[in-house]
Design a protein around this ligand. Structure first.
Ligand SMILES: Cc1cc2nc3c(=O)[nH]c(=O)nc-3n(C[C@H](O)[C@H](O)[C@H](O)COP(=O)(O)OP(=O)(O)OC[C@H]3O[C@@H](n4cnc5c(N)ncnc54)[C@H](O)[C@@H]3O)c2cc1C
Length: 644
């Protein structure tokens, strides 16, 4: 199969406008004859469902939480980017486009990124109109702050709760449509497969997480807005429920999976403290606006600090290494996440890390508090400081925070064309579930922007084109494909319930996470990846023999839910390793130790790897087939990324 990205012709700044004009429209009177299935109602899904409902389509939406309001999007802290240039500091659509392509280490599609930058400005207007309480300056204009990888202030925020406020906006819009009868919402319902008829997506199979009822739903198109798969690492900043199941089942039905190895490791998280943890906590990147990152200059001082022989305050200014400011004078503490994370690892590998484990660096606000006053710092980051204090019992107003990188976001996802359609006709992927806009490294505050761009401003145009092409004839829910897909899900469910081994699903998940973190995490090598591949394959085999899944189907059964998700993670893990092994270069979050510059920066190989790796599933235990979408850069010149 040849991948067709469907990038429109023309100059970069005109592609989206022209494309919108060329897309077919659905007659308003016909819209209600089309059913659109939206799986996932985080920012991407809620915005899509609300917009499509408002347009008059018949939408059915699903999420596994008890309310759309509890999607993982609610955890987003720091902000959302938009090229409004309110600060008059030189921002523009083109600069946001450029920063994003560069930030992604030249592994994203130019056309998609430019469209994202264009619609970013509409998102803010839309959200303000919904009543999202963005922070404002004294004069009333919306305030901005800086995020990594940019030298302008373009991040709109609502304290450290931006995702929550944006989601409440999208959720309100969604509820309006539910009340109007255009959207029917199914909560506590998990999609376990898609139904294809003659190769096109025509429905889904779901399990009611309260009653266990397994059902099918038919529609003219299916939108997967099901989030990222960072929890393959077990420990991550993601919500505990985030998983890959929807995307993975679609993958097994024919949707290619793109760049699975591109994982974002966020530099500012609360360090791991022991085996008891099942989740890690992010300290928003916004903190790097005012916080300074440092470790002791010498191993000796660091060792004394770790042993408790001296206190942080005993370390003199001249004995502190503000390594990001030293190495990257232009961007300083605001280098992109991949660069900041790698540097944290380097200083800890050099035995200059702090905290008991030595796997932490300081994020210090003492200068900011001196400069701005405690109350100004509190106004900007108060809730984040409180959160840190509650978790660590250390007061960040009085001593520096300790932070370390942790898994945070996945740039990989289902391959989609410019219209956000996967390789299965009629099946779309939006938000973190797709691979589309961030290349090998996502810039901070760009995920919320992308999810809302996809949902509010892209899909309402592109799905109409597909629907107009297939026509409004009702989907035949009695087609045998529905019964077959349902039967397969029932059989799989029974298979899980028949497993009465000795090890819990969580134990397998933790083991998988350890392997992935060790060999396919912040640093990777060919040798390590080969070892990890074997280890994951063995773990997967063992899972199906020795896992225990208690309880019944006809009840709330978290053991059963988790078993399905971990089984999918085990398969995905192997594909991530294959993808990382295939990519003989370093780029963004994918750091192969064999490929680095003399200064330890990621060394790309543009000649051989300037492509999107899109993997095709070919059957259980069969190697996946690699398809390459060559990336063409007509507007941004490929260079060694520098933040010096
Ligand atoms: C702690 C934290 C802070 C962050 N802060 C920021 C920030 O400041 N700025 C920024 O831009 N980004 C931030 N991000 C990233 C950003 O929050 C996410 O990328 C984004 O919210 C993902 O939105 P989404 O709609 O794609 O998916 P999600 O919000 O994850 O929603 C997924 C939806 O899919 C549903 N679902 C999943 N699988 C199934 C299934 N099988 N069946 C039925 N339903 C299913 C879920 O119920 C949910 O409704 C942060 C991430 C974390 C972890």
């Amino acid at each position: 199969m040849k991948l067709d990205s469907k990038i429109p012709e023309g100059a970069i700044g005109e592609k989206w406008n022209k494309h919108k004009f060329n897309l077919k429209l659905v007659n308003p009177a016909n819209k209600r004859k089309y059913t659109i299935i939206v799986v996932g109602t985080g920012l991407a899904g809620a915005s899509a469902a609300a917009s499509l409902g408002e347009l008059g389509y018949n939408v059915i939406a699903f999420c596994f939480q008890d309310s759309a309001r509890r999607a993982h999007s609610i955890a987003a802290q720091g902000g959302i980017n938009a090229a409004k240039n309110y600060r008059n500091d030189g921002d523009s659509v083109y600069r946001l486009f450029y920063d994003t392509v560069k930030g992604g280490d030249y592994r994203a599609r130019e056309a998609n990124v430019h469209r994202l930058a264009e619609v970013s400005v509409n998102i803010i207007d839309q959200c303000v109109a919904q009543g999202v309480p963005f922070a404002r300056e004294y004069g009333g204009l919306l305030d901005n702050r800086s995020f990594g990888g940019a030298q302008v202030s373009r991040t709109f925020y609502a304290k450290g709760q931006t995702g929550q406020q944006l989601l409440l906006g999208a959720y309100s819009a969604l509820n309006r449509q539910i009340k109007a009868g255009t959207v029917k919402m199914y909560t506590r319902t998990e999609m376990l497969d898609i139904v294809t008829v003659d190769g096109a997506a025509k429905g889904i199979v779901t399990r009611n997480l309260v009653t266990g009822a397994i059902e099918t739903h038919a529609g003219h198109a299916v939108l997967l807005c099901t989030g990222g798969y960072g929890n393959v690492f077990y420990l991550s900043t993601n919500a505990m429920g985030s998983n890959v199941t929807a995307a993975w089942r679609a993958h097994k039905k024919g949707a290619f999976f793109a760049n699975p190895c591109y994982t974002q490791i966020h530099p500012t998280c609360i360090p791991v403290t022991g085996d008891h943890q099942s989740k890690l906590t992010l300290m928003s990147e916004s903190l790097r606006n005012d916080g300074r990152v440092w470790v002791p200059k010498t191993r000796e001082l660091a060792a004394k600090l770790r042993k408790g022989e001296i206190k942080v305050s005993d370390i003199k200014e001249e004995d502190r290494d503000y390594y990001l400011e030293r190495k990257y004078p232009s961007f300083g503490n605001l280098v992109p996440r991949d660069v900041a994370s790698r540097n944290a690892k380097q200083v800890c590998d050099d035995q200059r890390g702090v905290g008991k484990s030595g796997l932490a660096v300081f994020l210090d606000f003492s200068d900011a508090i001196k400069r701005l006053g405690k109350s100004a710092v509190e106004a900007r980051y108060g809730n984040l400081f409180d959160m840190y204090y509650q978790i660590t019992d250390e007061n960040p107003y009085e001593q520096p925070m300790r932070i370390y990188p942790a898994v945070h976001y996945t740039m990989g996802g289902l391959w989609v064309d410019y219209n956000l359609m996967t390789t299965i006709p009629g099946l779309y992927a939006l938000g973190e579930a797709n691979f589309s806009d961030h290349g090998a490294n996502r810039l901070g505050a760009s995920a919320l922007m992308q999810g809302l761009a996809d949902g509010y401003f892209v899909i309402p145009y592109t799905v109409g084109d597909y629907l107009a092409t297939i026509g409004p004839a009702p989907v035949d829910a009695n087609h045998p494909a529905f019964a077959e897909a349902k039967k397969a899900v029932e059989e799989r469910t029974q298979k899980f319930l028949s497993l009465r081994g000795t090890r819990t699903v969580d134990e397998y998940h933790r083991d998988l996470g350890n392997i992935m973190w060790e060999y396919c995490g912040m640093a990777r090598t060919a040798e390590g990846l080969q070892k990890a591949k074997k280890m994951v394959a063995e773990l997967r085999e063992d899972f199906w023999k020795n896992v225990i899944v208690l309880g019944e189907n006809e009840e709330v059964n978290q053991s059963l839910e988790k078993a399905g998700r971990v089984a999918d993670f085990l398969e995905l893990g192997e594909l991530m390793i294959d993808d990382a092994y295939n990519r003989n270069e370093s780029c963004g979050g994918h750091f192969r130790e064999e490929y680095q510059t003399p200064e330890g920066e990621a060394l790309r190989d543009d000649e051989n790897y300037a492509y999107v790796a899109a993997w095709e599933y070919t059957g259980d235990n069969q190697p996946e087939v690699l398809h390459k979408e060559e990336l063409v850069f007509e507007n941004v010149k490929l260079t060694q990324r520098s933040y010096k």
